[in-house]
Design a protein around this ligand. Structure first.
Ligand code: CDP
Length: 225
């Protein structure tokens, strides 16, 4: 059976990664969380204390950075220069820094190159902002996930609480709106649905219903190929 590329794009906490993870398990595909890669870049910039507007410093950082997504039964692990940073990259401070650093050309060029390299065998689900538009415009199946910003902020709030943090809902909502604005309005690879993406509003859908919906589209697409 042909192993295709599936692109899932959408704004923060729109349920992309949950859906992608479940669908990847069902199809025995590789799941690549491209947001985690931009988060790792942000963490690297923070740790080396560089100003992300300093183009030369950012260029050097990108020439030397090693970001890898490693598969594990418990979920994917994000490695930054061989160190497991899966937890550190989820800090709210890193979310905003990831959004800022991901607007830089030198960062995107490097990450997109890695994403294409890691996906070259096919059988991959990638989630992000620009997968269907820039990274894999030829992907056989594309989804664009949406949900109301309040629903997304609530999800992120609960996720942060689950991690033992003590978030304030208004702050989470504010951060989400800021990031939506920055991601959608930037010049480079802005968050926009590809013209051939299937839009899924999951505000009212359970995870199971959402995965079932994606799977239905997958089967339909496979029958056409
Ligand atoms: O998990 P969440 O939806 O909060 O965000 P993420 O997918 O981990 O992405 C973090 C940030 O990286 C986003 O706000 C985007 O600015 C950026 N990003 C991007 O520019 N392109 C991608 N393909 C994925 C993420």
């Amino acid at each position: 059976m042909k192993r295709i590329i599936i692109a899932i794009d959408g704004p923060a906490a729109s349920g992309k990664s949950t859906a992608a993870k479940h669908l990847a398990r069902k199809l025995r595909y590789l799941y690549l969380d491209t947001g985690a890669m931009y988060r790792a870049c942000a963490l690297a910039a923070k740790r080396s204390e560089i100003d992300i507007d300093d183009e030369d410093a950012l260029k050097v950082l990108m020439e030397n950075i090693q970001v890898t997504i490693q598969y594990s039964e418990q979920g994917n692990i994000t490695l930054l220069d061989s160190q497991d940073v899966s937890v550190a990259i989820r800090e709210p401070e890193i979310s905003l820094l990831a959004s800022a650093i991901s607007a830089k050309a030198v960062v995107r060029t490097k990450m997109v190159e890695l994403q294409r390299e890691m996906s070259k065998m096919g059988g991959v689900i990638l989630d992000g902002r620009d997968i269907g538009t820039v990274v894999f415009p030829q992907a056989e199946l594309k989804f664009f996930m949406i949900a109301p910003v309040e629903t997304r902020a609530k999800r992120r709030f609960l996720e942060l609480q689950d991690k033992g943090l003590n978030p304030i809902y208004e702050d989470v909502l504010h951060e989400m709106k800021e990031r939506d604005k920055a991601d959608s309005s930037r010049a480079l690879a802005p968050l926009v649905p590809a013209s051939d993406a299937i839009q899924i509003d999951n505000g009212q859908l359970s995870i199971e219903a959402q995965v079932a919906e994606l799977y239905r589209h997958y089967q339909k697409r496979m029958a056409e190929l």
